[in-house]
Design a protein around this ligand. Sequence first.
Ligand code: PMP
Length: 369
Amino acid sequence: EPNDRTELLNALPLRDDLRDKSPYGAPQLDVAVTLNTNENTHPVPADVQQAIVEEVSRAARGLNRYPDREFTQLRQELAQYLGHGLSAENLWAANGSNEILQQLMQAFGGPGRAVLSFVPTYSMYPILAAGTNTEFIAGQRATDFTLTPESAADQVREHRPSIVILCSPNNPTGTALDDDVVEAVYQAGEESNTIVVVDEAYAEFARNPAATALRLLPGRPRLVVTRTMSKAFALAGARIGYFAAAPEVSDAVRLVRLPYHLSAVTQATALAALRHRETLMADVEDIKMQRDRIVDELKRMGLEPAHSDSNFVFFGGDFDSGDMWRHLLERGVLIRDVGIPSHLRVTSGTEQETTAFLDAVEAFLDRKT
Ligand code: PMP
């Protein structure tokens, strides 16, 4: 049956460069413990739910009109949240940081241009590149998945891409980049006028949240720092992402964004959540604690978890990824096989979910020996 569909698809006048491509596809299975897409698994706290309902209800009255195309109030409050001397004109938002990245590729990538990132990294970058007809260049990391300033800068000078994406903390490895990598890449991209995007989707979970590329924005007009409300703010379902950059970067994406792309409902939801961030940040502390617990416990079991500054843990060891993934799923725990042999990735959930995951891993390891 899927073969039939492939034939039918190929009979359509699909763009040649999209033929044989696969869509993004983390499984959405009905499983008790779902730790495969790095969501915040804590339900939205009651007071935040209430605030969202009230704000959305106010917006509902005006849904006959198009929303504020410039989402001015949201940009103001996002700037205030980020600090670092940023103001509304430095901010831009869209439906998830995925759309943010797509808009950046539409504006700065496209036919005849390339985007460079360092693999393994977020699996959507090549898919967004394909959709915008931008060449994706898979830059290299060391065998332990680290990236030095020298290596990153050399690869930028070699490929002269229009865009570089640095993911920090990196998905799937969880590790944050030092400022010197961002600085070296920015410097190396000077001659090729390269846009440097630092994807900080997981910034709030970092051990040192002050260590953000936002600090590097002054004086760097080609630097863009992207964030999301899908993770720390527990709003993956609401689809809100944003970036901070020089105001002219927003001018560039205004040329490609759909008019009124950020619905009034979305704007209202984001504002309500931002105003209740203290409650949400308490859950972030909880998630960080469970993350550290996962790292400690996996080490105790003889596995090799990577250092994590995010809400997930990437771990390796003497096991078959497919075997362990299936065993966990049989026990009602869904995690992520990112296609790297003898490695898996797990989202740090609630204390209970973490216990279910750790018990399932222990049972798998016991079964093997
Ligand atoms: N960047 C990274 C590194 C991610 O892991 C994700 C989500 N998995 C995103 C961006 C996109 O998130 P969203 O579109 O929900 O903001």
